[in-house]
Design a protein around this ligand. Structure first.
Ligand code: C5P
Length: 476
């Protein structure tokens, strides 16, 4: 019944448009252009309320919610359209308000219903939309946004953009907008390298359009590879964020930060291992906060059950030796933060088969010490990050043990926290930390900054702010 009414309304509106065009002696297209021009000159309506999100947004949540940046995501008609659905999630994770527009071809690959459900707002598809006001909804769509992202941008859509076509909602928005436009091309390598596409890309770049990708790799077509794959959703979201975020809110832009997090698993045999208790939550939160501050972050994670933070390069490892190798591969870095609970020992000779219970009792387990990753990096003669930060999780004599660790490991800062069972820190969402800063000579008493109980996200934010302050001072 409802859809019948909508269809009827659609017909009535289109009839009215034809009548109006005939009455004024113009073509329907000219009539539309005039309606659009008039609407563009009219004051725009207030932007819609931002979508609510269940993930932890990285955009500052202070101030009126309406100040959250808005992204209009135009989904073009290519096989990569399915990745645009993930992109909606990635943009929302960053606290951005997302509104989707789909071309007719895009609807061959994904449905407006899915995009609308993910964005928490219906997806727009038609220039003459019976569900919005008659007066040039697309002008509002073009202006009530802070950034337009086109992903995937097909060769055809880019050609239309370069030529200034406006024969559907997506192209009309792109022609009418005065906001920045970020394009994520996706097409077959032959189409990408075609002279016509090269011309269009060059024209769009001259027009101020920003590009992310395309990347090299396998194509949807069997046995085809080359440049033309759409950039990954995380890359596009990061590029979008870089355009939207003012530089002063990215104090770590241009800095490389490496972070270890989670436990390591040291195999005893193929089914058993030695490990420390660690959820990895604090290290992951620091990685997310550092990326939000503009740093290029590599997170080297032991086995954890956590979502990868947006915009962070995550390397998954199992053992301490794998973790050290991954850390060395991630150097050089400006800052290294060692939040992992690395197992101190491993079994000298892990069993190739599952060790069986026998009547002769427990098998002997000879242990050998694992490499100390923090101490190794702190003592590097070459490639030592200018700021090396360790963690001290203690169950007693917190400050005394943390101070001894600072001296023994040779790092610059130690984040000390009480992980006794009564503290509830292990696996929980809150943490009470003390930041120990080594004396200049590396030998005297450290300066101690004790922070109140905070969420692990807030500890991460505060630590990243301290790091940014220190990097700003030394300009290292
Ligand atoms: O010696 P302990 O394990 O208490 O030291 C904790 C600090 O050292 C943490 O920053 C931890 O990530 C780091 N560590 C390391 N490699 C090890 C042991 C600890 O990087 N093998």
């Amino acid at each position: 019944m409802a859809s019948l009414t909508v269809r009827k309304l659609d017909e009535v509106l289109k009839d009215r448009l034809r009548l109006r065009a005939a009455r004024n002696g113009r073509s329907v297209e000219d009539e539309v252009r005039i309606i659009l021009r008039d609407a563009a000159e009219a004051p725009t309506a207030a932007p819609p309320p931002p979508a609510t999100t269940t993930t932890t947004p990285r955009w500052p949540q202070t101030g009126p919610a309406i100040t959250r940046p808005r992204v209009t995501l135009i989904i073009g008609g290519g096989i990569a359209a399915y990745k645009a659905l993930d992109l909606i999630r990635r943009l929302k994770e960053r606290g951005l308000h997302v509104r989707c527009v789909m071309t007719r071809a895009a609807q061959q690959f994904v449905t407006p219903l899915t995009a609308g459900a993910l964005a928490d707002e219906r997806c727009y598809t038609d220039l003459f939309d019976p569900q919005s006001e008659f007066d040039a909804g697309h002008i509002r769509l073009a202006r009530d946004t802070d950034l337009i992202v086109v992903a995937p941008a097909t060769a055809d859509l880019m050609a239309k953009m370069a030529q200034g076509h406006a024969d559907d909602l997506a192209t009309a928005i792109l022609l009418a907008t005065n906001r920045p436009v970020l394009v994520a091309p996706a097409m077959n390598p032959a189409m990408w390298s075609n002279a016509a596409t090269r011309r269009n890309v060059a024209q769009l770049a001259r027009d101020g359009v920003a590009f992310v990708g395309p990347n090299a790799g396998e194509m949807a077509e069997a046995n085809e590879a080359g440049v033309g794959r759409m950039a990954e959703p995380v890359e596009i979201a990061t590029a979008a964020e870089a355009i939207l975020r003012p530089p002063q809110s990215r104090p770590l832009a241009g800095r490389r930060i490496l972070i270890t997090a989670g436990p390591t698993h040291e195999p005893i045999d193929p089914v058993r291992y030695i490990a420390n208790r660690s959820s990895g939550k604090q290290g992951f939160a620091i990685a997310a906060a550092a990326a939000a501050a503009g740093a290029e972050v590599t997170l080297i994670a032991g086995p954890v059950d956590l979502d990868e933070p947006p915009g962070v390069h995550v390397v998954h490892v199992e053992s301490a030796r794998d973790m050290l190798a991954a850390v060395e591969a991630a150097l050089p870095a400006d800052v290294a933060i060692f939040a992992a609970a690395v197992a101190d020992w491993r079994v000298a000779q892990a069993g190739a088969q599952k060790i069986k219970k026998t009547a002769s009792g427990m098998p002997p387990l000879a242990l050998v010490e694992n490499p100390d990753i923090l101490a190794t990096v702190s003592r590097l003669a070459e490639n030592r990050p200018s700021l090396v930060i360790g963690f001290a999780a203690e169950t007693e004599n917190l400050i005394g043990n943390a101070t001894a660790k600072l001296h023994r490991k040779g790092c610059d800062w130690i984040v000390a926290n009480d992980v006794s069972p009564a503290s509830g820190v292990m696996g929980g969402d809150r943490n009470t930390v003390h930041l120990l800063t080594a004396a200049r000579d590396g030998k005297g008493d450290p300066a101690i900054d004790s922070w109140p109980v905070m969420t692990k996200d807030d500890v991460a934010g505060a630590l990243v702010a301290k790091i940014a302050e220190r990097m700003g001072q030394t300009n290292a």
